[in-house]
Design a protein. Structure first.
Length: 64
């Protein structure tokens, strides 16, 4: 969860520094691809994706 939040904050800072857009829009696939490099390599790709999506869902449910 912490990794997700740090990565999202970094993306927001980059967006802010670039000016222009005021909203960061990401797909689940973009989030999974970006966070995959920070996780240990797993033999089960589906399990890795599921783990990341679980964190996204947990963050989303606490944010709403």
């Amino acid at each position: 969860m912490s990794l997700l939040l740090v990565w999202l904050r970094k993306r927001l800072a980059e967006l802010d520094a670039a000016g222009g857009e005021t909203r960061l829009m990401l797909t689940r696939a973009q989030i999974v691809d970006a966070l995959r490099v920070y996780l240990p390599e797993a033999t089960n790709e589906a399990k890795t994706v599921e783990q990341i999506e679980r964190h996204v869902n947990r963050w989303w449910s606490t944010d709403s």
